[in-house]
Each structure stands twice: as structure tokens, then as C-alpha cells.
Write a protein that binds this ligand. Sequence first.
Ligand SMILES: Nc1ncnc2c1ncn2[C@@H]1O[C@H](COP(=O)(O)OP(=O)(O)O)[C@@H](O)[C@H]1O
Ligand SMILES: Cc1ncc(C[n+]2csc(CCOP(=O)(O)OP(=O)(O)O)c2C)c(N)n1
Ligand SMILES: [Mg+2]
Length: 481
Amino acid sequence: MNTEFSLIDTWFAPLSDAIGDDCALLDLAPGQRLATSTDTLVAGVHFPPDASAEQISYRAVVTALSDLAAAGAEPLAIAVALTLPAPESVWLEGFAAGLKDALQSQGVRLLGGDTTSGPLTVTVQVFGALPQGQGLQRSGACAGDGVYLSGCTGDAAAALTVMRGDWQGAPEHADYLRQCFYRPQPRLQLGQQLLGIASSAIDVSDGVVADAGHICRASGVGMQLQESALPLSTALESLADVTAAQILALTGGDDYQLLFTVAADRESQVPEGCTRIGEVIAGAGVSCGLELPSGGYEHFAAAPPRPVDDPNVSCEVATDADTEDGLPLTGVFGSWSQFVAFGFGSGLASKAPGTAGTALAVPLYLLLAPLDLFAYSVFIVAAAIFGIWVCDVASRELDVHDHPGIVWDEFVGFWIAMWALPADWPWLLAAFVVFRFFDILKPWPISWCDRRVHGGLGIMLDDIVAGVFTCALLHVVILVS
Ligand SMILES: Nc1ncnc2c1ncn2[C@@H]1O[C@H](COP(=O)(O)OP(=O)(O)O)[C@@H](O)[C@H]1O
Ligand SMILES: Cc1ncc(C[n+]2csc(CCOP(=O)(O)OP(=O)(O)O)c2C)c(N)n1
Ligand SMILES: [Mg+2]
């Protein structure tokens, strides 16, 4: 009978010489650093409920090890916590076989774990070693660095659609895609090779754009990605619509490739097989030629993005709306708050939406310029308070924080910049240039507002401060000249 302890003795103890005590002891060589990380997989959330036990355990181990790859650490050992509804021997045999396969193929020891009854859930903690003082992190990317991707993305997300029965288009690729989902290769060797080369790194679990966003937030930078540079597998290329394939490669998670940045003088050292897909820029957020309505997978998000419904036609992230250049128009114009937050459409510019929004703020300013200073001040305060609310509503509706197309903040920032300045062209031009300078380069404390303040206030505050700085600077110019 499979009770808790007999189950452990039967299925897990044979896989390890460290099992049996309250704690496992792991010796590290002198001068080494421990890298450790924990990840949980839940049936129905991380893998289809009908996945085999062998597929589940193998995938749980390799996806958890992927975090060591992202740190550049050498994998040493893992611990596995298993929650399962019933201790069925056949299932446990499969689970132990997948676990053994993963331990052997990845060269790690099983240190121990925990076994409980409940809904099927697998948690894997991984332990790795790094040379003293080294380790790749999400922070460290600098403007001018190249953005690189190891291998192809989008395949695991496409696999999910195949498994759901939503994609019949490419039966010859079905096995390849299933392998991508259930047996991703954690890029452990590549991660170690990147120590001393990459300025930042992350593994792609949530999706390229979402994970690029994690690097941007941790590093205080922005990224410009080129969708045409994305490597696509033959399976993904077989999608009739190349834009749908690119959106899948940008937003589909579960691929466990590495996304990393490299300073210009090290780019020649980037190992083969990695593709330059963009550049780190000053500012914040990730942009690309395609407007993506969602930033990738996030637990508890109102509607987690499902990659493809019918890839031969289009991509789900774009199918719930009439699209133009991949942008869901109903997503933007479906509510008046989005229409306003997107600067009456000016924020839809595919290049430099912030600058496009500021450009529209200029003629709007000319309409306001006849107001006396008191009325103008009241208007700006009202526009700022209204902006906090409307940007919050729009970003919640779109499920993207600080979408680059939201430019009401640029309107208000520019109007603040022009406060009490002469309404003629030299000053308009000066305010435009200086405001864009502050808003794009985000010197402290603008960068702090951008990263640390959230919601509608977070969207507005950095532009308000940039506007105040611009205004102050131009008034100093008036005083001294
Ligand atoms: N419940 C938690 N308690 C403590 N730290 C957590 C918890 N959940 C996530 N974290 C930490 O938050 C960070 C981001 O988590 P996550 O995005 O899941 O990373 P990853 O993609 O590498 O698994 C990691 O440093 C992780 O250790
Ligand atoms: C059945 C099923 N539906 C949807 C997905 C897609 N999915 C679920 S969680 C996730 C993101 C990665 O999981 P998370 O727990 O965030 O991993 P971490 O980033 O912590 O490594 C993705 C893309 C999936 N893997 N399986
Ligand atoms: Mg995690």
C-alpha cells in the first residue's frame, strides 16, 4: 500500500543517496557561490491535466533548472515537493521514471523533497554553483547593449494549441512542438558561457516581451526589439501568417530559452546560435514594430493570453479585435478612456509614440495659450488628476502597465513645461526638445518615479516631473538672459 513513507521509500529513495534525513547536506567547493531557485507547476495551469506522469516530472525539473541557466550557474542538485490526489503506483512509476531521466540527462542529484496529498502540484527547488562574485542577473543591462535570444521561441505556446486541438494545420510538426513543451532544453552550458559576456539575462518562461520587460524594470532601461529578426522554427514558419508567428514568438511563454543583453564591445564574444533581436535603449518598457495587447503570461491576470486559436488565420492576441498592423483596434477605441489615454490616437504611432503624443500636445497647447495663468494652472492640475484616473483605467482594460501608446501623460508633461512661458515658436521648440530629453533619458528622480510608482499615478508622475524640470530650466534661461 502506497502510504506517504512507503511511497517515498519505493519511488524516491532509490533515486538518491541523500534522502532520509531532515536536511540534506551539500558540500560546495571553497570560493563558490550557491545559486538557488524554486518553481511550482500546477496541473491545468502549467501543463494540461492529461499530461503523463513522466512528462510532468521531467518538465518540472528542466524548467526549474532553467533558472540556474539564467544565472549562469552550474547545476548541482534539486529537491522535489509532490502533492498528488492519490498514490497510484502506475502513475508514481511514471513520475519516478521522468524524474530519473531528468536527473541523469541534466547531471544533477536529488537531495530530497516532500510528499503530500492534494491537487496535483510539483515544486522543484534547484541548487547550483557559481564562481565567487559572479552570476547573471536581470539588472545590469545598459542603453546601447545588444539584446540576444538563444534559439527559437513560440514553439511551446504553439504546442499548447496543438494539444488543445485548436491547430490542425501542421500535423508533421506536432511531435516537434510537443517535445518543445514537455522536454525543453534548459540552456545550462550557454548560461555558464555567458558569465563575463552578458550584462543581464533571464530565461523565457513568461514570453520574450514579458521577460524582456523584467530585465528592463530591473535594469532601469527600455528595449527596442525587431520582430523581423526573431528566429522562427520551421513549425512556426509554417503558419500562414508571419505576423501571427512573430506575435507567438514574442508573447508565447514556456520556451526556456535565454534572453540576454551584451555590451557593444563584447558582442563579438556571443556564442554561436544566439540571435541579436534588438537593442537596449534609454527609457522604460519594451517596444517592437508590432503592437502587442498583452505583456505575456502572468498568474492572476484577468485573462491570461492564449497564444493561438487558429494560427492559420491569425493569433489570439490579435483575433479578438479587428486588427491593423497587429493592433487590436477595439482594444484602443473600444472605450473612450483608452481613446483619451492614447492621446486621441496619437499614441498609436508605430515609432516613438511618446514623441508623437508630445507633438499633438503642441497644437492643443496653442488652444489653451489664451487662458490667463490662473485658469491655465487650474486646467493643468485638473488634466493631471484626470490623467491619473484615465491612464489607470486604460492600462487595467488593456492589462498592460504603462503601455508605450499611452500619451496623456506626455500631454500634461508638455503643458506643465510651457507653464508661464511665452507662447511662441522658439519656446515651444525648446520646451518640446528639453521635455523629450528628460522624458526619454529619465535622470533621477524621474527614473525613480517611473520604476517605483505604480498604477495611473506611476504613469503620470515621471512625465509630470519631467515637465516641471523642463519648465524650471526654461525659466532659469529667461532669468539669466
Ligand atoms: N512566494 C514567494 N516568496 C518569496 N519570493 C518569491 C515568491 N514568489 C516569487 N518570488 C521571487 O520573486 C522573483 C521573481 O519570481 P519569478 O518571476 O517566478 O522568477 P522565475 O521566472 O525565475 O521563476 C524571484 O526572485 C522569486 O524568488
Ligand atoms: C495547460 C497550460 N496552460 C497554459 C500554459 C501557459 N503558461 C502557464 S504558466 C506560464 C508562465 C510560466 O510559469 P511561471 O509559474 O510564471 O514560471 P516562472 O516565470 O516562475 O518560471 C505559461 C506560459 C501552460 N504552460 N500550460
Ligand atoms: Mg517562478
